[in-house]
Ligand binder design. Structure first.
Ligand SMILES: [Zn+2]
Length: 72
């Protein structure tokens, strides 16, 4: 389950809700792509732009499972 509201991405994964911030579509550095290219001595290097965070900002575990039986 994936829901996208403006710059926020909501993902339902393994009984938890992950909220991730997406790149800024009006970002002057990456134009909303979320990645910036940096020219180094070893060639171009790709990095995440400062306008977003690829790791989930919030992780909300939702455990509604009831223990119906004792496992032993
Ligand atoms: Zn950016």
């Amino acid at each position: 389950m994936n829901i996208r509201i403006r710059r926020w991405h909501f993902e339902w994964h393994q009984r938890a809700l992950y909220i991730t911030r997406l790149p800024d579509p009006k970002c002057p550095d990456c134009d909303g792509h979320g990645a910036v290219t940096e020219e180094t001595a070893f060639g171009p290097e790709y990095d995440y732009c400062h306008c977003w965070d690829p790791t989930p900002v919030v992780r909300i575990p939702l455990w509604f499972r009831r223990t119906e039986s004792v496992p032993f």
